[in-house]
Ligand binder design. Structure first.
Ligand code: BG6
Length: 491
């Protein structure tokens, strides 16, 4: 397999927040996987930074533990493990104080010509101060900076944050991660649309009836309740992941995969989102919050119990009917739905085609179901195309709806790389295609802000739903009012 991998140039990656959750769960395992596959050059270095005092050896032990916790033992082999841990070193530094920064500057300078990358796996309020110090210590000149969502909590805070970062790093060296864009099947959406002649002629309001995008999680907020209560599902999932998925479904074919060619097209989609006005907020949006219920066969607490509070208006579920004001999509609703503690973990995009214009089969043979293309992001990544065929056997024509079913795991038998594996190396390669540009982030907030504002001013709190269900019944009503139904689990 190694021969198919595109090598990356030597780099020195500094991870701020190196002892935090993101680093432990995602970044360290992702870097190890790429290294074990032979894609990371011998000279590359990884420097962990956080406030905690720690020696290089202690940081290596920390990283070793992170790998043991998140990677199956069979994949953690020597000599790969030793080589990876050997790349790691550690500097204790605080965004708001001088100690440690000169040491970091020396280590990065010692790396010579290697590409400096700074990954800010920290709380967003530290992005500005960290960038300023990177500038002050001469680390920003050639460096690339990676920032994670949430990028702001509304349009004005996002603009302020982008300005802070932009004062030190020019836009072409800012990488805003939306890890959904690094998922295998999300990329496959582009392959499906633009590497097949079949779909593009049908990809418009003449042939597509509606689109559904569901990102459902079975887990609750658990130990992230503190952060989550300041965000809610709209900021945590819709403003970024869901709108990015919508963009990939709805964008015009870019002329190439060049970063700005793709991002220009996504931006046009975000700008074409029809604003949701106050008077139809209740018709077009639903917010919910889970109560105690059952998940995976066991009892689970409600959101307020997890939060340890008797009151919160934070939504853990959102359903929205979005529309695009452009020629291709006018009149085609995009139903978006996401939530915590739903019936199962499933993320999928359903493209619902229109009915055939006329049935030549008469009523006796059963209804003709419209075609559907289901792109399953997780789990069991794959693509299903639902078609009508004749039910086999004698006795005249009876019709049946069946899927052409392509499971990636069965078809390719390869490990599906985590999104971070691809995205971190794209930063090193200098490829911004899968990263959000500043104007995209701000355009997304522009659409989201009025919804959040209306919810804040609303008299009713989020609608309760029982953990382990598909959300509040109002979400079902939102789509059924239009004579359509949410489709679950590849249906
Ligand atoms: C994150 C959100 O961005 O995405 C989390 O902050 C959410 O709340 C997660 O659980 C979902 O990501 P994935 O890759 O597990 O679908």
């Amino acid at each position: 397999m190694t021969s198919r991998l595109i090598p990356v140039p030597p780099f020195v990656l500094t991870v701020f927040g190196a002892t935090g959750d993101l680093s432990r769960r995602k970044l360290i395992p992702a870097l190890f996987h790429r290294d074990a596959d032979g894609q990371i050059p011998d000279e590359a270095l990884i420097i962990g930074v956080s406030r905690r005092a720690m020696s290089d050896a202690e940081f290596r032990a920390f990283a070793h533990q992170a790998l043991t916790d998140h990677i199956p033992a069979a994949e953690l082999k020597e000599p790969e493990l030793e080589r990876f841990l050997g790349r790691l070193s550690y500097v204790a530094a605080d965004a708001d104080a001088e100690p440690g920064w000169s040491e970091l500057a020396t280590r990065v300078a010692n790396a010579g010509d290697m590409i400096p990358v700074y990954y800010l796996a920290t709380a967003p309020h530290l992005f500005g101060p960290i960038c300023e110090r990177l500038g002050k210590y001469g680390l920003a000149e050639k460096g690339r900076v990676v920032i994670e969502k949430p990028i702001g909590k509304d349009l004005s805070s996002a603009v302020a944050l982008n300005e802070q970062v932009g004062r030190i790093f020019p836009e072409e060296r800012v990488y805003r991660i939306d890890h959904y864009l690094g998922k295998e099947t999300v990329q496959n959406l582009m392959a499906l649309r633009f590497a097949n002649a079949l779909f593009e002629p049908l990809w418009n309001n003449a042939h597509i009836d509606h689109v559904q995008i569901t990102v459902a999680e079975a887990l609750g907020v658990e130990e992230r309740a503190g952060y989550y209560d300041t965000a809610g599902a709209m900021r945590d999932m819709v403003q970024n992941h869901m709108l990015q998925l919508l963009c990939l479904v709805a964008m015009e074919p870019p002329a190439s995969l060049d970063a700005d060619a793709v991002r220009d097209e996504k931006l046009k989609v975000l700008r074409a989102l029809k604003p949701i006005a106050d008077h139809n907020m209740a018709q077009l949006t639903v917010r919910g919050q889970y109560r105690a219920g059952a998940s995976a066969g066991g009892a689970v607490p409600g959101y307020l119990e997890e939060l340890g509070s008797s009151r919160s208006e934070t939504e853990t579920f959102v359903a929205v009917k979005a529309e695009l004001e452009n020629w291709r999509w006018a009149g085609v609703p995009f139903y978006l739905r996401t939530g915590k503690r739903l019936a199962s973990r499933v993320s999928e995009i359903v493209i619902g085609f229109r009915h055939v214009p006329h049935s030549v089969f008469g009523d006796a043979v059963g209804a003709i179901e419209p075609n559907r293309l289901v792109i399953r992001l997780q789990p069991d990544e794959g693509v299903k195309l639902w078609l009508m065929i004749k039910d086999p056997g004698p006795g005249g024509i009876r019709l049946t709806h069946v899927p052409l079913d392509m499971s990636f795991a069965k078809a390719f038998k390869v490990r599906n790389p985590d999104a971070y594996e691809r995205l971190i190396l794209d930063v090193v390669r200098g490829n911004q295609t899968l990263f959000m540009r500043r104007d995209e982030v701000e355009a997304a907030w522009k659409w989201v802000d009025p919804i959040l504002q209306a919810w804040r001013g609303a008299k009713e709190p989020p609608r309760p739903y029982t953990a382990g269900t598909w959300g509040p019944s109002a979400s079902i009503a939102l789509i059924e009012r239009d004579g359509r139904t949410w489709l679950e689990d590849g249906a």
